[in-house]
Design a protein around this ligand. Structure first.
Ligand code: ISL
Length: 565
């Protein structure tokens, strides 16, 4: 066993509490619901749970708009319920990581309410600006800059109370905190220390590379709808980001206490990631990149501009991150989260013939890379996209606002619905499918978002009972990471970079070599042999496969893990 930090040997399971398990029949998942399912997590074998926000919130963005960082929202339960979840997980050897959303608060946070008064000592806790010179405050075009928000429309909101605008990179109910103000930073660190004292083992940091803004705030290229600037490079990786992250690490004792950290970083590239996750920098354990999530986006880079996935491009990108963080820094590995559609529908084949094999093969490919793998609730069952056909079925503000704005701009509603059905965040947010009963065992009430009809077949109860299920494949992959140092720390090398069907790579540690070969297509694939293809398989030991009786060809969506001799 190496002396690597503990989280480099871990597999993380993300819980989106609203959609996981409802204990009281209000149709919304809660903490007692999570507590009732900890044995399920233990059976899967994960080491860490990342809990999406359960703090007090008006729920404009399902809890990513926080009005009290130190309390639990009554929708989810009480502080005592959270403590019981922490204890229940710890008793099973599972750590708990909380979501930390500190680029912005809710507009209903008392800090912001105070800040609305220009004479308040908290005025400077948020980013207030007067109207653009020569413009009447509150009139169209008077916003201080042309920045668009990530959720459509301007990134500035006029506040009639003080006659000025505040910056919100997300919804108007999510005003950005002013990290230049040391009192803001100290308040955040004190809150984090409070959670550590309550027993949490680390933090997943929401959009953390947006906290340092580049001043002065100026107009950017008008490249978006309504002449707004949708150029996130204006707002990421600001000049004081490293300083803030180091200060946070010191003040909260992140490295000292061995806390888990992952920073969600918009537009982060490998070099930035290395600089943030280099242990010597004293910043973060790992970051979430978006690059591989944008490979099926067109030239605009916008998520709604969907193009078919290029497998060589995906391989090249994942390989670039593997190589770039091979010796310094650390990778996070994910294909799904609460902001992304279901990977089996997006990258795999969710039809009846290939759903199981493709869900397993996506898992094989991801989990045998070097880094910390993340499983998003339901991914381990091969849950699919929601299949909503009408805009009324969607809840997520990102989808509904995009639709409204695009329809107002003359776009074809049918075309929009197709794109939204493919990419909406609600695809990941439908209730967890526990069993075949009418509400999938998620709630006894009316679920806040429709349960997917295929829960009758795709559910945890059925998966646990079937040794060939996607669930058991994940369980085995997690076990392999725990068992084999080469899976945790082995060096990565990509094979067959241009192959349109096969994703193949090796992992090497000393004289142990693993080969992963995965057919990312719904057609059979020939295993190439000869120079510059795959290493010879003579005598190789098959450690894990998706299909019985492996043949010379790979079946559609078949993947195998070999130990080479
Ligand atoms: O979801 C996105 C793409 O569909 C992103 O634009 C997303 O908003 C971005 O990744 C930031 O995400 C995080 O912060 C948001 C919150 O809505 C997301 O759920 C969260 O993961 C604002 O707090």
């Amino acid at each position: 066993m190496s002396d690597a930090p503990w989280w480099q040997s871990s597999v993380v399971y993300q819980i989106y509490p609203r959609s996981f398990a409802d204990s009281d029949g209000d149709g919304i998942g809660d903490l007692p619901g999570i507590l009732s399912r900890v044995d399920y997590l233990s059976a899967l074998g994960v080491d860490v749970v990342w809990l999406s926000p359960v703090y007090r919130s008006p729920m404009d963005d399902n809890g990513y708009d926080i009005s009290d960082y130190s309390d639990v929202d009554p929708l989810f339960g009480t502080l005592a319920d959270l403590e019981a979840v922490i204890e229940g997980l710890h008793a099973r050897g599972i750590k708990l990581v909380m979501d930390l959303v500190v680029n912005h608060t809710s507009d209903e946070h008392p800090w912001f309410q105070e800040s609305r008064d220009p004479a308040s000592p908290k005025r400077d806790w948020y980013i207030w600006r007067p109207a653009r010179e020569g413009h009447e405050p509150g009139t169209p075009g008077a916003e201080p800059t042309n920045w668009g928000s990530f959720f459509s429309g301007s990134g500035w909101q006029f506040d009639p109370k003080s006659g000025e605008y505040y910056l919100h990179l997300f919804s108007a109910k999510q005003p950005d905190l002013n990290w230049e103000n040391p009192e803001v930073r100290q308040a955040v660190y004190a809150m984090m220390r409070g959670w550590v004292e309550r027993g949490v083992d680390g933090f997943r940091m929401d959009v953390i590379n947006l906290i340092s803004k580049t001043y002065p705030l100026v107009d950017g290229p008008a490249n978006g709808p309504g002449g707004l600037c949708y150029d996130p490079s204006m707002v990421v990786e600001g000049p004081r980001l490293h300083e803030f992250l180091r200060e946070m690490n010191r003040e909260v004792g992140i490295s000292e206490r061995g806390l888990f950290t992952v920073g969600e970083m918009v537009l982060v590239d490998v070099d930035d990631a290395r600089s943030h996750t280099d242990e010597a920098a004293g910043e973060l354990g790992m970051v979430f990149t978006f690059e591989h999530m944008n490979i099926d986006s067109g030239p605009s880079g916008l998520k709604w501009d969907v193009v078919p996935l290029s497998l060589p491009a995906l391989k090249a990108n994942l390989a670039q991150w593997q190589y770039g963080l091979a010796d310094v820094g650390w990778n996070s590995l994910y294909f799904e989260n609460h902001d992304q559609p279901r990977s089996v529908s997006r990258f795999g084949d969710d039809g009846p013939e290939h759903r199981v094999a493709s869900a397993k093969t996506l898992a094989t490919t991801l989990h045998l890379l070097k880094g910390t793998p993340y499983v998003y609730q339901g991914q381990e069952l091969g849950m699919t996209n929601a299949g909503f056909a009408s805009i009324d079925q969607y809840d997520d503000l990102e989808s509904t606002r995009f639709y409204a704005e695009a329809v107002a701009g003359g776009a074809d509603p049918e075309g929009l619905l197709g794109v939204i059905a493919f990419k909406s965040r609600d695809n990941a947010r439908t209730p967890m499918q526990w069993d075949a009963s009418p509400n999938a065992g998620f709630t006894t009430g009316t679920p806040w978002l429709p349960v997917t009809a295929n829960h009758v077949e795709i559910n945890a109860e059925a998966a646990i009972a079937d040794p060939t299920s996607v669930f058991h494949h994940y369980r085995r992959l997690i076990e392999l990471r725990h068992e084999l140092e080469v899976v945790r720390q082995g060096r990565f090398a990509l094979l067959l970079p241009d192959d349109e069907q096969l994703f193949a790579y090796t992992r090497t540690l000393d004289d142990e070599v693993l080969l992963v070969v995965a057919n990312w297509s719904s057609q059979p694939a020939v295993l190439p042999s000869g120079p510059d293809t795959l290493p010879p398989l003579d005598g190789a030991e098959l450690l894990l496969g998706t299909h019985d009786d492996p043949a010379e060809h790979l079946a559609p969506w078949e993947s195998r893990l070999y130990r080479l001799v």
